[in-house]
Design a protein around this ligand. Structure first.
Ligand code: SF4
Ligand code: SF4
Length: 358
């Protein structure tokens, strides 16, 4: 089946080059391309063929698909209908049962040897392969068949990449990730990209798809097949609590003074130092926050609920140093602020938020 290019599709959908430029610039930046390369990247993008994609979901919780639908630039509709040709998706498609099975067969036939196969969820293998079946066929069986015509595989989420939660000890279903199945020779070897995370960042998925569309090849990968643009550094490297780590200021309990001050969570089991991901930079919910950042988020909320009525929406516009602001509020010397009743804990959080915002 002949696929149109991205530019033709965008034109048909009435999406202007200007608004697409915004999206392609965001993707170029996520792929760590230099700003001088954005115009060329956009032109290539518009000329590129929309690749056929088959998406299989196995032993999973739908979180990975949810993550993609939270991809704010572009929207899920754009991603599916404009950038790629999502010809089969277990969860998002309307068809079910035999109709879904024949849709998969048709998608494979139409683009045999030329489609990308996306997998989310772990795959029960061996004697326990029957633990998860679709249309009466085991996940392993479906994967073995579908991988034959794939030109590359993208394992989305920690479950598909490395087995994730389903493979946790004692692993009653014999679950394994795609790379392990390839290593064991249970599925065909194909070029593989792993996008771990539970779920992975939406931008990890969309930027990798953008790279595949434009360059028809993989981005630079590390030794675990993860794109360097997203996974080269750890969460710890760019954590907002890193200065507390350096100063050896650690929370020892979730309700102690250190936790209230937003100190480092290392002694509470934080895995940031060994977790390679870009959450601390890209963040979640359209760049709002990420779990370790939650205290800072509380500070933003305090600022928005109390300060923006008289001051700027942008806390960096404050000319007074953050610690002076908190001290002024503590002193009660500003009469116009007497209506504000901050607890000492809230003042500390606000002060920290203002410091982090500078
Ligand atoms: Fe769900 Fe996490 Fe597995 Fe994705 S990686 S399927 S979000 S458990
Ligand atoms: Fe590192 Fe975790 Fe401490 Fe952040 S909270 S600095 S990721 S150990």
């Amino acid at each position: 089946m002949k696929k149109s290019n991205v530019g033709t599709y965008l034109a048909k959908r009435g999406i202007s080059r200007r608004s697409f430029l915004k999206y392609s610039s965001a993707m170029a930046s996520l792929l760590a391309l230099p700003s001088t390369a954005v115009a060329g990247f956009t032109n290539q993008f518009l000329k590129a063929k929309r690749p056929s994609v088959i998406w299989l979901s196995f032993q999973e919780c739908t979180g990975c698909t949810e993550s993609l639908t939270r991809s704010h630039a572009p929207t899920i509709e754009d991603l599916i209908f404009d950038i790629i040709s999502l010809d089969y998706h277990h969860t998002l498609q309307a068809a079910s049962g035999e109709a879904a099975e024949s849709a998969r067969q048709q998608a494979m036939e139409d683009a045999f040897g030329d489609y990308y196969l996306i997998v989310d969820g772990a795959v029960p293998a061996g004697e326990t392969a029957v633990c998860s079946t679709i249309s009466g066929r085991s996940n392993l069986d479906l994967l073995q068949e579908t991988i034959q015509g794939a030109k590359a595989v993208i394992a989305i989420g920690s479950c598909a990449a490395f087995g994730g939660l389903p493979a946790a000890d004692p692993n009653p279903t014999g679950a394994a990730g795609v790379s392990e199945l390839m290593e064991r020779g249970e599925i065909e070897q194909k070029p593989l990209i792993n996008l771990p995370g539970c779920p992975p960042l939406p931008v990890a998925i969309s930027s990798v798809l953008a790279h595949l569309v434009v360059f028809e090849g993989f981005p630079a990968l590390d030794d675990l097949n993860r794109p360097l643009s997203i996974y080269a550094k750890t969460v710890h490297d760019r954590c907002s609590r890193y200065h507390f780590y350096e100063n050896e200021q650690f929370a020892e309990r979730f309700d102690d003074e250190g936790a209230r001050q937003g100190w480092c969570l290392y002694k509470l089991g934080c895995k940031g130092p060994t977790t390679h991901n870009a959450c601390a930079v890209v963040k979640w919910n359209q760049g709002t926050s990420f779990p370790i950042d939650s205290r800072i988020q509380e500070g933003a909320q305090l600022y928005e609920e109390n300060c923006v009525y008289c001051h700027s929406f942008d806390p960096t516009d404050f000319k007074t140093a953050p610690d002076k602001i908190a001290d002024l509020l503590r002193s009660g010397d500003i009469r116009s602020h007497s209506r504000l009743q901050f607890s000492e804990d809230q003042l500390t959080i606000l002060e920290k938020y203002l410091e982090e915002s500078q």
